[in-house]
Design a protein around this ligand. Sequence first.
Ligand SMILES: Nc1ncnc2c1ncn2[C@@H]1O[C@H](COP(=O)(O)OP(=O)(O)OP(=O)(O)O)[C@@H](O)[C@H]1O
Ligand SMILES: [Mg+2]
Length: 266
Amino acid sequence: MIYVFYDLRLRNNLRFEDMIIAITNHKGGTGKTTTAVNLGVALAKIKSKVLVVDLDPQGNLSYSLGYSEIANDLFHVFTGEKAVEEVMIHVENMDLLPSDMRMADIELSLHQVENREFVLKEILAPLVGKYDYIIIDCPPSKSLLTVNALTASDAVIIPMLLDVLSIQGVIHILETIQEVKEVLNDKLKVLGMLAINVDIRKRLARDVIRFFSNNFDYKLFQIMIRSNVKIAEAPSHAQSVFAYAPNSYGAVDFLALAKEIVSLNK
Ligand SMILES: Nc1ncnc2c1ncn2[C@@H]1O[C@H](COP(=O)(O)OP(=O)(O)OP(=O)(O)O)[C@@H](O)[C@H]1O
Ligand SMILES: [Mg+2]
């Protein structure tokens, strides 16, 4: 477990009643899906009731848990053909709302809909109160689906790699969050940036951590997810890292992250 001692004053009073958390970053390949799967399972392990929502047309979250090309999925909930409970799958002690590439059509057709930013919020409304945490895996873009996720959420986690381009990515997503906060969802909070795939021996990684430490507008989780091959291998076995390699660093780090998140809300 890697700890960075960091000023967390800005996270004081970070309490929220419902726990809908968007995992988002406009940049691709920053560990959003990895975080959604493994944080979801970790929270379920510490006795929380968890729903994970695959909002990315890539369908990586669903695939990572062994579900692809499902007959009925989130697409059919968006089109109104199915109720949300009808497409839900129970996997690794949590519920999953799966999706696939058909969500790209939803992205296009949402543009024609009135109140288009609020569709996911309405879909999730009957589920609020039934779960301790609802975790939404977002696509890697400033798309209408991402805006739907931010409008429906209480809080945001921004996974990032510790490199210079990631700082740019974080700045862009923070701008989008600010826009959504001002116009669509004033309760939205940034829970934190999550450093993922971390090799602390690299000087660049330490420099990026220093950047965040010196800029108190940015809140880095104390827990970082170390680089761990078991995390990368798990999706091809259709499992979380907890099921695939329960004693790995990956499992240890994600469990510690889940505990940090639960403790933020105490
Ligand atoms: N801690 C880690 N150790 C090793 N590999 C990791 C780690 N975290 C993520 N990866 C790998 O990095 C790659 C990108 O991760 P992931 O798919 O979660 O990113 P993403 O942000 O969801 O991507 P996209 O933007 O395409 O949705 C994956 O191959 C994943 O297995
Ligand atoms: Mg992804």
